[in-house]
Design a protein around this ligand. Structure first.
Ligand SMILES: Cc1ncc(COP(=O)(O)O)c(C=O)c1O
Length: 365
C-alpha cells in the first residue's frame, strides 16, 4: 500500500535503492499512487533529461535509446528553445477549441504539414495523439463513402501484425488476439490479411491474394478502407512489404474503390529519413496519420492529413465532419509542432543525418 502521508511528494526513501547507491531510483506500483501499466515493473524516477540522457533524482544517468520509451523525443530531451516557444504561446493564448476558433500556429502548422507530405495532401485535422489520429482517419474514410452515397462500405482491412493504438476501434484494426484480451467484447472486429513477410511471403503475392479473397467474400461494396503502417514500428519492427505488394494494393484500390490510410504515427516527421515514410513507397495513400515526433515530447499532438479528393467528398456533401477531440488544434500544441518543424533547415539536418546513417547501417543489417 502506498504511504498516504506522502501524497503529493515523493522522496528517495519512497523509492527502492539505498541512498548514495549508483543504482537507479525507481518506483513500482506498490509504493506509488500512480496506476501503472505494469504493477511490478520498477520505473526509474526521472528528474531531468538532456539530449539522449536522462537523470534520476540522484543524478544517475540513463541512456535513452527509445526516445522517451515510446519513440517520441526525436529531437532529444531538455530543448530550451522548444520549451520557450511553448511558454511564449501559452502566455499569449494557449487553448482554443478548433470548432469555433483558429489561430496562426494552427493554420501555419497545417500549411507546413501539407507541404511536407507533398503528393497532393492539402488538409490537416489535429488531435492529441496517434490513436486519436487513426480514429479520425477511420471516421473520415467512413464519412467519405457515406457522403458519396455508398453507406454499405463499413469494413476495414489491415495486416494482422500491426499496432494502431489502444482504443477499441484501433485495437480492432490490429489482428492480434493477445492485444485484444480481455476487451474483445467491445472491439469491433475488422478484416485482416497475413502481412507479407520475408520468410513466408517475400514476393507480397500471398498478401495480395488474401486481400482479393477477403474482398470477394465480403463484397467490394462493403470495404471502406485499407489501413497499414508503411514501415512497421513495434509490431513487426522496421519491416516493409516488397514493392509488388504496394503496386498491387494501388491496383486494388482502383479496382475496388476503397481508400488507403498510412499510419505514420511513428514513421512520420523524419524518423525513416524522409519526412514521411510514404515518400519511400510506390503508392500514394489517401490519408496519413502522424503523432509522436510531431510534438517530439514537448506537446501531445497528432494529425490526420488527407488529399483533396477525400476532403472534397465532405465539401461537396454535408460540409460537416462531425466530432472532434478537445485539444485538437490548440495554439500551444501547434506552436510546439511548428518549433519542431520550422525552421526546416534545423529539422532537415536531423532527417538528413538519418538518411546518411541509414545508408551506413543498412548494409550491415
Ligand atoms: C504505429 C502506431 N500507431 C498508433 C499508435 C498509438 O499512438 P498513441 O499512443 O499516441 O495513441 C502507436 C503507439 O505506439 C503506434 O506505434
Amino acid at each position: 500500500m502506498p504511504d498516504h502521508s506522502r501524497t503529493g511528494t515523493f522522496t528517495d526513501e519512497a523509492a527502492t535503492g539505498p541512498a548514495g547507491s549508483a543504482s537507479l531510483v525507481t518506483l513500482t506500483g506498490e509504493n506509488s499512487h500512480v496506476f501503472p501499466r505494469e504493477l511490478d515493473r520498477p520505473r526509474p524516477i526521472i528528474e531531468r533529461g538532456e539530449g539522449v540522457w536522462l537523470y534520476d533524482t540522484r543524478g544517475n544517468p540513463l541512456l535513452d535509446a527509445v526516445s522517451g520509451g515510446a519513440m517520441i523525443t526525436n529531437l532529444g530531451h531538455g530543448r530550451a528553445d522548444i520549451a520557450q516557444v511553448a511558454r511564449a504561446q501559452a502566455s499569449r493564448v494557449g487553448y482554443l477549441y478548433d470548432q469555433q476558433f483558429t489561430s496562426e500556429p494552427h493554420e501555419h502548422l497545417a500549411r507546413e504539414l501539407t507541404s511536407l507530405a507533398g503528393q497532393g495532401f492539402t488538409r490537416v485535422h489535429f488531435v492529441s495523439g496517434g490513436a486519436e489520429a487513426n480514429e479520425t482517419a477511420i471516421r473520415l474514410m467512413r464519412s467519405y463513402h457515406v457522403e458519396r452515397g455508398q453507406p454499405s462500405r463499413t469494413k476495414f482491412i489491415s495486416p494482422a501484425q500491426a499496432y494502431h493504438g489502444p482504443t477499441m476501434t484501433t485495437l480492432g484494426l490490429t489482428g492480434r488476439p493477445g492485444l485484444q484480451t480481455p476487451y474483445q467484447p467491445y472491439i469491433q472486429q475488422q478484416l485482416h490479411i497475413p502481412p507479407s513477410s520475408w520468410p513466408f511471403d517475400p514476393s507480397g503475392e500471398g498478401a495480395l491474394a488474401a486481400l482479393d479473397e477477403l474482398v470477394s467474400t465480403h463484397g467490394a461494396d462493403t470495404i471502406a478502407g485499407f489501413f497499414c503502417e508503411p514501415i512497421s514500428a513495434a509490431a513487426f519492427p522496421a519491416y516493409t512489404p516488397p514493392q509488388r505488394f504496394w503496386t498491387g494494393l494501388a491496383e486494388r484500390r482502383e479496382q475496388y474503390g476503397f481508400l488507403i490510410a498510412f499510419d505514420e504515427v511513428v514513421t512520420g516527421i523524419g524518423r525513416t529519413g524522409r519526412w514521411f515514410a510514404a515518400d519511400q513507397i510506390p503508392l500514394r495513400p489517401d490519408i496519413i496519420t502522424t503523432a509522436k515526433g510531431l510534438g517530439a515530447g514537448y506537446a501531445a499532438i497528432g494529425a490526420m492529413i488527407c488529399r483533396e479528393h477525400v476532403f472534397d467528398a465532405i465539401a461537396a456533401g454535408s460540409r460537416a465532419f462531425e466530432h472532434g477531440h478537445t485539444w485538437g488544434g490548440a495554439p500551444s500544441s501547434c506552436a510546439v509542432g511548428l518549433a519542431v518543424l520550422v525552421p526546416p533547415v534545423v529539422s532537415s539536418l536531423v532527417v538528413m543525418r538519418r538518411v546518411e546513417a541509414g545508408a551506413r547501417v543498412l548494409p550491415g543489417v
